[in-house]
Structures are given as C-alpha cells and as structure tokens.
Design a protein around this ligand. Structure first.
Ligand SMILES: Nc1ncnc2c1ncn2[C@@H]1O[C@H](COP(=O)(O)OP(=O)(O)OP(=O)(O)O)[C@@H](O)[C@H]1O
Length: 379
C-alpha cells in the first residue's frame, strides 16, 4: 500500500440531482493524523467520506494522494479501509475467518495470513475469541472485530463512519479509548465521521465542523472548543446560553456590553478583525459549565432566580430566569444544590463570554437538530 505523506481534497463537490450534499470542500491532512468530520445530520459528512473512499464519484474537484490525483481510481484500488456503522460482519464465519477473509481473497499464503489475523485480533483484544461467531460477541466486541477485519489489510487510510453510534453510552466511552489506543499503536491516518462533539474532541488531531455541505471551521479540538469562529460552531460546542446585548465600546482588551437591564459586562470576540461600533447589537454565547455560581469576584455578574434544578453528575445545572433581561433564561452550573425560587448570582470569565453580532446568530437552531439543549433557552 502506498504510504500517506499528504492527502488533499480540493474543491470537492458532490451533487445528487438538485441537492448539493458537499460544496467546494477543501481538506489537507498528513500521514498519521486523526481527522474528524463533525456536524449535524445531513451536513454532508458521509458524502465527504464516501468521496474519499471512492464509493461516490465527484461532481467537481480532485483528491490528491501524495500529490497524485486519485479521484478516478476505483475504491478497491485506493488501498483504503472502511468501517461502517452496522459493522457488516459475516455471521456464518468465525471471528478468525471474518478477519482473514480479505487476506484469503488477496491470496495471502496461509502461514502469513494466520500471523496477521493473530496480531490484528491481539491489537483489538479479541485474541481469545477467534473461534466464536459474531452473534456470540457483545456490541463492543463486534465493533472491535470490524476494526480488526479492516486493519488486517494494512490500509493506507482508515475511514470510520459513525462507528460507535450503535453502542450504549458506557461502551461508546470504552470504545473511544480503544480507538485512540489502536490509532496511536498503528499510527494509521484516519478519517472519522461523527455528530458527537465529545467524541470529536477526545479523538482528533484536526476537527472539521460542517454545516449544509460546507466547512464552517477547521482546527484543533482546543481551537474549535475555545475559539469557535461562528455562532453555529459555538452552539454545536455547547455554548447554548444566549444573552442579547449592545456594544458600548472596548475596555482592557475586551468588549464592553450592556444587557437589557443596564448590567455592563466584558466579553470577547473570536474574530480578531471584529470592529464593532457603539450601539451594535450582539448576542453573548455562554457554556453552562463555564458559568460560576455564587462567585467570589465582583466583576461580570448576572442576577436571577432559579427555576429548575437538575443533577448532571459532579454538578447541579440550574435553569435561571435572569432579572430584568426580558425573560432570558440561562443554564448555569453550581457545585451546591440550589432550590427553586432562590436568588442566584452568576459570573462569567470575559474570555468565556463569546460575542457574535446579532444577525449572525439567527437561524442556527434549524441546522442543529441533534444538539438541541435539554432545556430550551428563551431569547
Ligand atoms: N444518494 C443520495 N441521493 C440523494 N440525496 C442524498 C444522497 N446521499 C445523501 N444525500 C443528501 O445529501 C445531504 C448530505 O447527506 P450525508 O449523508 O452526507 O449527511 P451526513 O452529515 O452524513 O448525515 P447523517 O449524520 O444523518 O448520516 C443530505 O441532504 C442528504 O439527504
């Protein structure tokens, strides 16, 4: 198999009739990287993956493997391996035969085949299960078998389409760690598709956030999480609280804003070129887990009354009706259980109070069906 030094998708577009599932998609990765395509249902993640795999023809653009175009190379000649959501295992073949099947087709001699099957099963911790059948394995074991069956062929690129979506939450977390381990042991260039932001954050070197067939932002997990460039990315990363405000000016490198009841707060823009004038309408986006209930500091405070409290493990999440803010509610985290009706003070670090212009923040929910907050936040 040709080793990957660089893999580039340049201007890749794929149309289905009148629908453009993928539009002018640009992605560059280097050998060994773990790249995740992240976004809500229908944003074009699988289309991008299938174009890369060769399972879909491109309507436009090119794919370059080590600077050589491969968009016209048939899927089976690209030397890539794909793991599907439903695993696609052979139920009538033993675990060993499932893993060895691709090698048999390639007429790999028996001794070498057995050696490679053994080491693939060891890699996914299924060495003792070789004689079983897929039906006798748990969901997580079946998933690991699907991975072993693909990596035994030593693909240049591993493509994974929502591989954990059929597993329950505990197994998903376990398999996430397994995937990370397998990736670092093999140093195999990987493209992973998911709509789960925490999966993307924990696994990836590069995250590509997609929306409506476009790329919204590419960056490291830290960049995407801390510096979302658009309200869509911010919302997708859990910045679900919204607080309308007006720009007053700049202070100490932050933007000074005024909310509906005249409270002044400091906040940040993730876009260095932002040049707002006083009077500009903005919306502050805040993550519930980045609020500080009952703060020590005097600055950047909001006051409200607790309406609902939910235990979310390690913290309580309170729905707070802010005082004098036109009915705006905010989800806030607190180490101590609040009671319904309690007055509560909340502060937010100015670096974690992200400002976007008000017109940018319209209509983001319609494309975010899968990441709706548990409690709807009123505007
Ligand atoms: N074979 C097809 N024929 C027509 N439209 C298609 C086809 N495949 C995908 N689409 C459309 O292209 C868009 C992107 O689909 P795609 O499957 O790539 O999204 P996705 O982000 O992978 O979604 P999901 O997470 O639900 O799998 C959607 O609007 C979808 O309806």
């Amino acid at each position: 198999m040709e080793k990957i030094n660089t893999l580039k998708m340049k201007g890749v577009t794929r149309r289905f009739g009148n629908t453009t599932a993928l539009h002018d998609f640009h992605l560059e990765m280097s050998g060994g990287q773990f790249v995740t395509l992240l976004g809500p249902s229908g944003c074009g993640k699988s289309t991008a993956l299938n174009c890369l795999a060769g399972l879909l023809d491109l309507s436009d653009g090119e794919i370059l493997l080590n600077d050589r175009p491969i968009q016209d190379v048939a899927a089976e000649k690209r030397g890539f391996g794909m793991v599907f959501q439903n695993y696609a295992l052979f139920p009538h073949l033993s675990v060993e035969r499932n893993v060895g099947y691709g090698l048999e087709l390639r007429r790999v001699p028996k001794a070498e085949r057995e050696k490679r099957v053994r080491s693939a099963l060891e890699l996914v911790h299924l060495a003792e299960f070789g004689k079983r059948y897929p039906g006798q394995l748990s969901g997580g074991q079946q998933q690991r078998l699907a991975i072993a069956r693909t990596v035994v062929l030593e693909p240049a690129l591993l493509l994974l389409d929502e591989p954990l979506s059929n597993l329950d939450a505990n197994l998903r977390n376990e398999m996430r760690i397994e995937l990370k381990r397998i990736h670092s042991e093999l140093n195999l260039t990987t493209v992973y598709v998911t709509h789960d932001q925490s999966e993307a954050m924990s696994l990836s070197d590069i995250v590509v956030v997609m929306r409506n067939g476009h790329i919204e932002q590419i960056g490291s997990p830290q960049e995407i999480y801390n510096q979302p460039k658009s309200p869509f990315v911010a919302h997708f990363m859990g910045y679900i609280n919204r607080l309308p405000a007006t720009i007053l000016g700049k202070e100490n490198g932050y933007w000074l804003i005024e909310t509906a009841n005249g409270t002044q707060l400091l906040g940040s823009s993730t876009n260095e070129e932002t040049n707002w004038q006083p009077g500009q309408k903005v919306v502050a986006l805040i993550r519930p887990d980045e609020t500080i209930a009952e703060p020590q500091a005097e600055t950047n405070r909001l006051i409200g009354h607790v309406q609902l409290v939910e235990y979310v493990g390690r913290a309580y999440e309170s729905l707070v009706l802010l005082t004098g803010q036109g009915g705006t509610q905010l989800l806030a985290h607190s180490g101590r259980r609040q009671n319904s009706g309690d007055q509560i003070e909340i502060s937010i670090d100015p670096d974690r109070l992200l400002l976007f212009s008000a017109d940018e923040t319209e209509n983001i929910e319609s494309t975010l069906m899968q990441s709706e907050p548990k409690v709807r936040v009123e505007r």
